[in-house]
Design a protein around this ligand. Structure first.
Ligand code: FES
Ligand code: FES
Length: 193
């Protein structure tokens, strides 16, 4: 800390603690580190990519306390106590996230440098809007640049994932109703005995 400002000195080492993909992580950071550098170099979470390092390409997108951000523009020291989702947090051990499946099925990636950012940005969109129009998807993803796919396949993949997630919610709801009626039937059977 500098006595004048109370802020960390430029090259000071600081311990930062944040919840990343559901796990509490603490790491030693330089006060100069961006969040992207901390993720990649201190925490070995190399899914977030460095494209431009100046906020223009979206390859480094992460969700920080519910907001989509470019991690190259966030200082690591700023995320103390925050909740962060990176691309590594999308899949679960058993299955890919529906967005990842849809990107594969629609061939929505080529070199893949932009892909983690598109996936995270798309997740942030579908968290807010379960049925986005094509225009809304294109507008939302305007901050993510891809030089390979021409965007149409990416848009189709996001539309498919949105449909799959909605269908999954409907099935989950139907399953819950069945489970409820099963409980009632078995209660009824017991009462009738
Ligand atoms: S690397 Fe962060 S926006 Fe390009
Ligand atoms: S797949 Fe190569 S930049 Fe998007």
């Amino acid at each position: 800390m500098t006595a004048e400002t109370g802020q960390p000195a430029l090259d000071e080492r600081i311990v930062v603690t944040a919840t990343i993909n559901g796990d509490e992580r603490s790491w030693l950071s330089s006060s100069r580190d961006s969040l992207l550098e901390a993720l990649r170099e201190r925490l070995a979470l190399t899914g977030s990519k460095e494209g431009c390092n100046n906020g223009n390409c979206g390859a480094c997108s992460v969700i920080l306390d519910g907001r989509l951000v470019n991690s190259c523009l966030v200082m690591a020291a700023e995320v103390e106590g925050a909740t962060i989702t990176t691309v590594e947090g999308l899949a679960d051990p058993e299955s890919l996230h529906p967005l990842q499946t849809a990107f594969l099925e629609n061939a929505a990636l080529q070199c893949g440098i932009c892909t983690p950012g598109f996936l995270v940005a798309s997740k942030a969109l579908l968290d807010e809007n379960t049925a986005p129009t094509e225009e809304e998807i294109r507008f939302w993803l305007a901050g993510n640049l891809c030089r390979c796919t021409g965007y149409d396949k990416i848009i189709r993949a996001v539309q498919q994932a949105a449909e799959d997630l909605r269908a999954g919610d409907r099935h989950a709801l139907a399953g819950a109703h069945h489970a409820d009626s099963g409980t009632i039937e078995s209660n009824t059977a017991i009462e009738g005995e």
